[in-house]
Design a protein around this ligand. Structure first.
Ligand SMILES: N[C@@H](CCC(=O)N[C@@H](CS)C(=O)NCC(=O)O)C(=O)O
Length: 366
């Protein structure tokens, strides 16, 4: 018989100073469902019970990563909390602590402790778990410092977002955007022709169409408006160029240009185009060449990084290519495929594919 390998323990610590109050940091920490907003290493998080010692929570890691089941083991409000996760035969404990600084602000530190039977494995897992903590702390700092006193009582930022959709609809565009924001949201699925046209839903969208979102008392319909509204809720994600910057021009321009493009493609699919000088979309050649010119040789339409304009243009090009309503010019295909690879796009599609399968299974039973 071989003797069991000695138990091993590995620790890592990283910290940063944040110009905010302990109350604000605590607010962000204890709002588990909103962790994905500032922690790119978490796609979705759900707490069962209060933010207190003994409660459990789940974290879905991004990019098809595992669903982790964790427990809060030591919660001291306004000061620190420790969570524990059993993972691949080891136990990972992370202590999130803060201490007020004499000059103002708070020093926030994350300490990771991994215990397991095998030292090499514990070291590897410890390094893996804590590798993105410096980036996570920088994001936490950005969100906290953007609003050091936190949302006011009853502020829209604490309100729930509901997405009204159908898995086979343009609601996929809105869901992709919601996944980009990292904000928690609920989904309400409407059925074509029935619940979508019922008075209860027409009170939200008189068009009886999806998608729509409701955020507190704010109702937003039209994908273009939904995307721009959501981008502004999470400035730290830079999904919209800042107001007043030159990049804001192409951002509005290309999001708005998709309205005429959609009108053109749907008109074309039934075989009647309006006279170019009367139609907002002009001639088909001008509209498609303009769209192609916008994406040709570029990965981003507004500035040098991904924004809601890229999301909207890529998702609608992808949608119309899929339904063979748009000619597959190489630059259209490239632009749509490039952005469809984003983790948030893949997550959103996986959620809608699953919902579609459930609807199909339910329809098969009736
Ligand atoms: N302009 C709207 C278009 C919404 C739209 O046409 N949605 C379709 C699904 S892709 C719909 O709800 N159709 C149902 C109906 O009209 O009864 C937007 O961009 O959000």
């Amino acid at each position: 018989m071989t003797a069991p390998a000695p138990a091993a323990r590995r620790t890592h610590e990283t910290s940063t100073d944040i110009a905010t109050t302990p109350t604000r940091v605590w607010q962000l920490w204890s709002d588990v469902a909103r962790w994905p907003r500032w922690n790119a290493g978490v796609a979705r998080a759900a707490l069962h019970g209060p933010f207190a010692s003994g409660s459990t929570f789940e974290m879905q890691l991004p990019n098809g990563g595992p669903l982790l089941h964790s427990r809060l083991v030591d919660v001291r409000p306004g000061e620190r909390f420790t969570d524990e996760t059993a993972f691949e035969g080891v136990v990972v404990r992370v202590t999130h602590a803060m201490a007020p600084l004499a000059a103002g602000g708070v020093r926030v530190s994350y300490r990771t402790e991994v215990e397991g039977p095998n030292a090499a494995q514990a070291a590897e897992i410890g390094a893996g778990v804590s590798s993105d903590f410096p980036a996570v702390l920088q994001s936490l700092k950005a969100v906290a410092e953007a609003n050091p006193n936190g949302p006011k009582e009853g502020s829209i930022m604490t309100a729930t977002i509901t997405l009204y959709t159908h898995p086979w609809s343009r609601g996929r565009v809105a869901r992709w955007m919601l996944e980009e924001t990292g904000l928690p949201y609920a989904t309400e699925v409407l059925e074509y022709g029935t619940t979508m046209k019922a008075p209860a839903y027409r009170a939200i969208n008189p068009m009886g169409k999806v998608p729509a979102i409701k955020h507190g008392n704010a109702v937003v319909t039209e994908n273009a408006a939904i995307l721009m509204y959501l981008a502004d809720l999470v400035p730290e994600k830079k999904l919209a160029p800042a107001a007043g910057t030159p990049e804001r021009g192409p951002y509005y321009r290309w999001i708005s240009f998709m309205g005429p493009v959609e009108a053109l493609l749907t008109a074309k699919s039934v075989g009647t185009l309006a006279k170019p000088e009367q139609a907002g979309y002009g001639s088909e050649a001008d509209a498609l060449d303009t769209l192609e010119g916008a994406v040709r040789g570029r990965d981003h339409l507004a500035g040098e990084h991904f924004t809601a304009a890229d999301l909207f243009v890529a998702s609608l090009i992808g949608f119309y290519l899929q339904f063979k309503m748009l000619e597959p010019r190489p630059e259209f295909v490239r632009f749509a495929q490039l952005h469809a690879q984003r983790p948030a796009a893949r997550r959103a599609n996986a959620i809608d594919d699953e919902l579609a399968a459930q609807l199909q299974a339910a329809a098969g039973k009736t």
